[in-house]
Design a protein around this ligand. Structure first.
Ligand SMILES: CC(=O)N[C@H]1[C@@H](OP(=O)(O)OP(=O)(O)OC[C@H]2O[C@@H](n3ccc(=O)[nH]c3=O)[C@H](O)[C@@H]2O)O[C@H](CO)[C@@H](O)[C@@H]1O
Ligand SMILES: C=C(OP(=O)(O)O)C(=O)O
Length: 417
């Protein structure tokens, strides 16, 4: 909650460790209700969305303990299949309970999920996929009622590779009779992580990470212990912060194979990158150079979740950069705030033309969504003077005490009320 106050100008220097990925832990927590027993999940991030998911699991009847970085879910008694609107609206990932409840209880009643306001976010592909498995889906007055009855495996071709729809269908297919095949599936690393978690409980899923996922229905699952993958978006955000401040940062527990599209663009700006098995080191000592083309695309394309942070770096680059957002239709709101800080950015539909300025100026700005908020923090770290980033709660959805992390490597940033 509150705001961040940043005095810009400090070079970031040192080492930062990344924890487990938000976009892995959330579907995995929802998936834990498929096991009528105990699941232990390691390396969980302490994020607002994670606490919201725990609240939903508890509402459904699970006993959940968050100890250190382990979340222990006792899902022996899942009594409820309804999720109140107030809980559904806390985040986008509440929608994963739809597939999970259909598998566990053969029914689900819920409203539409909340989440960042980054454009139109329908769930038609989720519902279409569930219907193909034989789920009766009724939509009325903002509520969605699903009745499972007999869930039968089927072939599902996604019109576009939606991450959430792929994951929801995987969850619904675990106990289906026969085989479910998802074609044109999303290929994000977090989908592979969900597959690996489900398989660690006894599910039979293969193909995640490719565009065809095959789910062989099983009768039951068993207890598991599982460590989730590191958060590639948090790692990428720290790398962008280093590029903005002309710093030198080693990001530990970061997998280079998950971040190739960002690393390639950071290299184009002139930053030097070194990588090892579990770390990425960035060294930047000059003003970044503009890059002529960034286009967000489904994995392994440039991630939309790093578009604002990279654009923030490009706002001070030498030359003009073009950034095209193809995933969401309203993910440039943060540019209005960067302009208040002196950036020269023109947005025309899905394209932002960024003419790099020498320096940004500290200003009072508002985080309108999670990654846009992170972009403003990066801007504040590089700006001359003081920046106040309001509405920190958006940023807390995806970053664990971002101010402490950045402070530990030299950033002058505090949280104020
Ligand atoms: C919790 C989680 O993992 N969130 C990520 C997930 O969101 P999310 O799963 O919501 O993103 P999707 O991949 O589903 O959305 C991609 C595009 O597909 C469209 N679409 C999606 C579903 C649908 O039923 N109909 C439809 O038209 C969306 O409007 C959007 O334009 O992937 C996004 C794209 O990488 C990331 O930005 C989010 O951080
Ligand atoms: C858009 C994001 O998340 P969500 O899908 O949870 O809103 C994100 O992580 O940038």
């Amino acid at each position: 909650m509150g705001k961040f106050k940043i005095n810009g100008g400090n070079r970031l220097y040192g080492e930062l460790k990344v924890n487990g990925a938000k976009n892995s832990v959330l579907p995995i927590l929802a998936a834990s209700i498929l096991n009528e027993g105990i699941s232990v999940i390691h390396d969980c991030p302490k994020l607002k969305d994670v606490y919201s998911m725990i609240e939903i699991l508890e509402h459904l009847g699970c006993k959940v303990t968050f100890k250190g970085r382990d979340i222990i879910i006792d899902a022996r008694y899942v009594k409820d299949s309804e999720i109140p609107d107030s809980l559904m609206r806390t985040m986008r990932s509440s929608i994963f309970l739809m597939g999970a409840l259909i598998s566990r209880n053969k029914k689900a009643l819920m409203s539409f999920p909340g989440g960042c306001d980054i454009g139109h976010r329908p769930i038609d592909l989720h519902l279409k996929g569930l219907r193909r498995l034989g789920v009766k889906v009724e939509e009325s007055y903002g509520y969605i009622k699903c009745e499972g009855g007999k869930i039968r495996g089927n072939e599902i071709h996604l019109d576009l590779p939606s991450v959430g729809a792929t994951e929801n269908i995987m969850l619904a297919g675990v106990f289906a009779e026969g085989i479910t095949i998802i074609r044109n599936a999303a290929k994000e690393p977090e989908i592979e992580d969900l597959q690996n978690f489900l398989n660690s409980m006894g599910a039979k899923i293969s193909g995640a990470g490719t565009n065809t996922i095959i789910i062989e229905g099983v009768k039951r699952l068993h207890d598991t212990e599982y460590t989730i993958i590191p958060d590639r978006i948090v790692a990428g955000t720290y790398l962008c912060a280093a590029a903005m401040t002309r710093g030198e940062l080693t990001v530990v527990n970061a997998l280079k194979e998950h971040l190739e599209p960002l690393l390639s663009k950071l290299r184009e700006t002139g930053c030097k990158i070194q990588t090892g098995n579990d770390y990425i080191k960035i060294m930047c000592d000059k003003r970044p150079k503009a890059v002529d083309m960034i286009i967000t695309l489904p994995y392994p394309g440039f991630p939309t979740d790093l578009q604002p942070q990279m654009a923030s770096v490009l706002s001070v680059a030498e030359g003009t950069s073009i950034v095209t957002e193809t995933i969401f239709d309203n993910r440039f709101k943060y540019t209005e705030e960067l302009i208040r800080m002196g950036a020269d950015i023109k947005v025309e539909g899905r394209v932002a033309v960024i003419r790099g300025v020498e320096k940004l100026m500290g200003a009072k700005v508002v985080a309108r969504d999670l990654r846009g908020g992170a972009a403003l923090i990066i801007a504040g770290l590089g700006a001359k003077g003081t920046t106040i980033v309001e509405e920190a709660e958006h940023i807390d959805r995806g970053y664990e005490s971002i101010e402490n992390a950045l402070k530990s490597v030299g950033g002058d940033i505090v949280r104020i009320m």
